[in-house]
Every structure is written in structure tokens, then in C-alpha cells.
Design a protein around this ligand. Structure first.
Ligand SMILES: *Cc1c(COP(=O)(O)O)cnc(C)c1O
Length: 397
């Protein structure tokens, strides 16, 4: 395929269909071969001694991981991307690559819980000081910056409670003293938010979610701008946390349909979110695309879309016991939604979330928070299912 000079003008779905590998580099086969590799051979001793060839060893990357990371660079606008074995590794590898003893880090309080666990255990043990901040802090983050603040970690929307952060305002403050801005952008994917365009230095994705799309693969992706690409690659090489070629292939395959899947996730989730507003038994709907959601204006300013994950707060009052009983009745009445972790797959899932780890962004008082991953099923069937759950919860008092 001739490299089109119109490529920069392509829309998302055209890009998704053609990014990554070039079929003509492998006999015209549309999909790339999977290169399973530890050893890579060198033609002679001199080449081996100089290391002057494209691939050296399996941990440093393969044509299969390159096909995926090249595709992601095109979508993210990044200088380089690494593929690591899970979404969680996509968080820990960049943190370990850039933080050291004596550094301070700011982490959003509505962060994905395993990120917090990593900060509070391993990073603490390594001598990194961590402060959690209000997801709605915006430019006010200036008051929390210390001379040794090295990383500002963001995640928007926030895990489970969906707060939208003012990423450009936070990045502007962080960059005044050269702190590195990292963002877990799993919810939006590069189709609905491109972090590097908004001042983020390192963009993080659990490719397990929408890129994989089928609940059958774990993979993480980390993309850096020009300034931090070398440091990220050095950390990745030092740690040896390489994504395996079969998983990279699966995710590249998933990317081809991610645009159409996301559009469907978006439409069904928004329809359900709108219909649940004011429904009997629903105290609140936490979805950034709803006009009365507190972060809606920021979402509208910065994001190009909303994916299929949001939360609802059930009526239930502040008692933890009553909240748990109502949440369990809701979940046990569901026939289509599965009870399980993760999201981004074709099937709908529901879970009661725990917000007990929060220090600033506290849990709502009105009742239990239920996170819904809206899959590719028909909206009417999902709404019927949720109604079954709401009726069951209403019977508990
Ligand atoms: C799921 C998730 C991760 C971790 O991904 P895994 O592949 O399950 O390790 C990281 N961040 C966010 C926001 C997630 O939802």
C-alpha cells in the first residue's frame, strides 16, 4: 500500500483499519505474523558484537509488538510506546522508571485502587512520598507541589465515581517545575481523549479493556512524548516487563473494531444513563456526558466521546449494612449483567464498588455505588435487567 500523504487527515476508523503493520512487508497478508521469540540470530560475529540490527532479543520487542506500538503511536501522537503484560504493569513500569528515593508524587484520590496499593506499599518502601489530591483540584494543585515533586499522576474520569480532572490546568502547574504528568486514560481510549495534546507527558492504557475488547487478554500500553520516551524505554528494558507477542496480536486485532464498538458502547450507555436518571430507587447517575454531572463542562471541553462505563448510586441511606443488603439484592436479581471485575468487553458487568480507600473524594452518602459496564447487548434488554435489580433492591429495608 502506498503511504498516503492524506494519512494525517484520516478519520479514526480509517486509521484503526490501517495503522500498525504494512501488509506488503509480509507477502501481502492483511494481518501480521506472530513472532514468538526469545532468541534472535545475527548473521555474523561483527553484527552480533555491534548489535547493529533491528531486533536483538525477545524482551526488547518483536515485529508483532512493534506493529501494535506503532499503531498506538499513531493514535496517541506519541514518540514511543511500550507494551507490558497488564494494565497494572502499565502503571508500575513508568512509576518505577522515573521515581526514586526522596521524590514526592501527587496522586489523584479517585485513582484505580491497585495504583494506590502500589504507591502505599512498594513505592513507600522505596522511599517515595505520596500525597493524594482532590480530583476537582484543577490549578489549585499548586498548593500541594513540593520542590521534590517529580510525578503528578492523574486519572480522568476517576475510578468508579467518574470525576473529570482539569488536565491542562494541572499539567501547566506541574510543568512549571518540570514534574512529569502521567495519566491513566483507560476509560476514554485515544479515540475519545488524546492526553499528550493536553499537556500529559506519559499516557497509560489498560489495553485489557476496550482495545482487547473481548475479556480474553491482559495487556498494558504506555506512550511517551519525545522528552520522556528514552527514560521510559530505559525503565522498560531494565525491568524486563515485556508484553507477549500473542497478546500484542490479540490487541492489534481488537483495535481494528474498537471504533465501531466504542460508538455502540457509548450510545447504549448514554441511553441507559439518561433513562436511569430520576428512576425509582436511583439516587444519582454518575456519567460525565449527562449535563447535570458536576464535571460535564470539562468533559465537553476536552473529550470527544464517552465510553460504556459509568456508575449509579442506589437509594439506601448511609448505613453500610443496609447499603450492602440492597447492593447484593440488586446484583443477585440481574440475569444479563455478569458479576465480575474489569470492563471494556462485549458483555455487560455490574459490581458494587468499595470507596473505603478514599481520603479526600469520599463516598456518596445516599447509598451504595454500583458500577455498570455496558456491553454490546440491546439497550432494552439491559434496561429490563437493571429494572429487575432495582425492584429487588427496593424490597430490602
Ligand atoms: C483495569 C484497569 C487497569 C488495570 O488493567 P489490568 O490489565 O486489569 O491490570 C488500570 N487502570 C484502570 C483505570 C483500569 O480500569
Amino acid at each position: 500500500m502506498a503511504q498516503s500523504e492524506n494519512r494525517s487527515k484520516w478519520g479514526d476508523n480509517t486509521r484503526l483499519a490501517h495503522c500498525g503493520n504494512d501488509p506488503l512487508e509480509f507477502h501481502g497478508f492483511v494481518n501480521p505474523p506472530i513472532a514468538r521469540a526469545s532468541t534472535v540470530l545475527f548473521p555474523d560475529a561483527a553484527t552480533m558484537a555491534s548489535g547493529n540490527q533491528k531486533y536483538l532479543y525477545g524482551t526488547h520487542g518483536t515485529p508483532t509488538s512493534d506493529a501494535l506500538t506503532d499503531a498506538i503511536d499513531e493514535l496517541e501522537g506519541s514518540t514511543g510506546t511500550i507494551a507490558v503484560p497488564s494494565g497494572l504493569a502499565a502503571i508500575t513500569v513508568p512509576l518505577l522508571s522515573f521515581l526514586g528515593s526522596g521524590d514526592h508524587m501527587l496522586v489523584v484520590d479517585s485513582v484505580y485502587f491497585p495504583t494506590r496499593r502500589f504507591c502505599d506499599t512498594m513505592l513507600k518502601r522505596l522511599g517515595v512520598e505520596v500525597t493524594y489530591y482532590d480530583p476537582l483540584i484543577g490549578a489549585g494543585i499548586e498548593t500541594l507541589m513540593k520542590p521534590n515533586t517529580k510525578v503528578v499522576f492523574t486519572e480522568s474520569p476517576g475510578s468508579n465515581t467518574m470525576e473529570i480532572q482539569d488536565i491542562p490546568a494541572i499539567a501547566a502547574v506541574a510543568h512549571k517545575q518540570d514534574a512529569i504528568v502521567m495519566m491513566d486514560n483507560t476509560w476514554a481510549t485515544p479515540l475519545y481523549f488524546r492526553p499528550l495534546d493536553f499537556g500529559v507527558d506519559i499516557s497509560i492504557h489498560a489495553a485489557t479493556k476496550y482495545p482487547g475488547g473481548h475479556a480474553d487478554v491482559l495487556l498494558g500500553l504506555v506512550s511517551a512524548n519525545e522528552r520522556y520516551w528514552q527514560g521510559l524505554r530505559d525503565g522498560y528494558t531494565a525491568l524486563g516487563a515485556c508484553g507477549n507477542p500473542d497478546d500484542c496480536y490479540q490487541v492489534l486485532r481488537g483495535l481494528r473494531t474498537m471504533g465501531v464498538r466504542l460508538e455502540r458502547h457509548q450510545n447504549t450507555a448514554l441511553e441507559i444513563a439518561q433513562k436511569l436518571q430520576g428512576r425509582n430507587g436511583v439516587a444519582n447517575v454518575l456519567h460525565p456526558a449527562l449535563p447535570d454531572f458536576p464535571g460535564h463542562d470539562l468533559w465537553k471541553r476536552d473529550f470527544k466521546g464517552a465510553s460504556g462505563l459509568f456508575s449509579i448510586v442506589l437509594d439506601g441511606g448511609p448505613s453500610r449494612d443496609l447499603q450492602r443488603a440492597k447492593a447484593h439484592a440488586f446484583l443477585d436479581a440481574l440475569e444479563i449483567f455478569g458479576l465480575g471485575y474489569s470492563w471494556g468487553g462485549y458483555e455487560s458487568l455490574a459490581v458494587q464498588v468499595s470507596l473505603a480507600d478514599r481520603t479526600v473524594a469520599k463516598a456518596p452518602e445516599e447509598g451504595p455505588v454500583m458500577r455498570l459496564q455496558i456491553g454490546l447487548e440491546d439497550a432494552a434488554d439491559l434496561l429490563d435487567d437493571i429494572d429487575r435489580g432495582l425492584e429487588a433492591a427496593a424490597k430490602i429495608s
